[in-house]
Design a protein around this ligand. Sequence first.
Ligand code: ZN
Length: 312
Amino acid sequence: MKIFDGHCDVLCKLWKNPNLDFYKEDKLLQAGFPELLKGNVDIQVLACFVPTDVPYGRRFHAVLEMIDVFYEKVASEKFRPIYTKADLDERVLKEQKGAILFVEGAHALEESLVQLRTWYQLGVRGMTLTWNHGNAVADGSGEPNPGGLTAFGRTVIEEMNRLGMIIDVSHLADPGFWDVLELSKAPIIASHSNAREVCNHPRNLTDEQICALIAGDGVMGLTFVDFFTVNEERTVWIDDLLRHLDHVCALGGVDHVAFGSDFDGITKTFGDLTTAGSYAQLLEALLVRYKEAEVMKFMHGNWLRVFGNVLQ
Ligand SMILES: [Zn+2]
């Protein structure tokens, strides 16, 4: 079974700790190459996330450094960058592992379309519009009285549509979600968000948002973040996450739900889903409850469709 994961932060970890080796087994890496191999993860989205303590004026450059880490230490014959729909199709056909570069949070964009296009030229194929805070594009889900897309944010959406970049609404506050959905000409994704009806957290999507995402042929990636999965503080298990999957499917989302682990962006993991290597356990649990054809959609089919529709 092919596995496509829609979000991880391993690049940020490698950028922070230059001594870490992506290709060596290391307890510090949840989505290092040995774990991707163990979990049979074929296609992985790697986000450049700039920590918010990096000051304005340094953030764009920090993304360049992470892109440099990607090409110097991560991308290889064994793990090839994906830039186009043809690349995506080729990886699938030849059963090669593939990597898709993203930026997480337009706070690193520093208000410039030139910078967005520069990232694109360097291989970035998607952007999560915000992190938890507001930025020049829109407000994040952690803002107390959030607004939607700014005038600059609208130009960013138009430019991402023109370039064929994936628009990711995870972390975005609700008003921005609706603005993006109305404005974007291409389907959008929520790379790592769960269902708010099951776990009441502003980082999760409401039923109304999930239905709108479905109507727009978008895809949401259920994420392995414990406090986006259950309301109470306790150890979380795969079964808890499957409640979110059941919920999204009950809303008509069988063709619109996948997984975005957030590995290397989380410190506390599920009891039974600790690294990308644990994807085998998730697969096993899915096959008990769902038909194989459905599991294929969750594990790769839905991501492949939406990425194929947007990438040029
Ligand atoms: Zn995130």
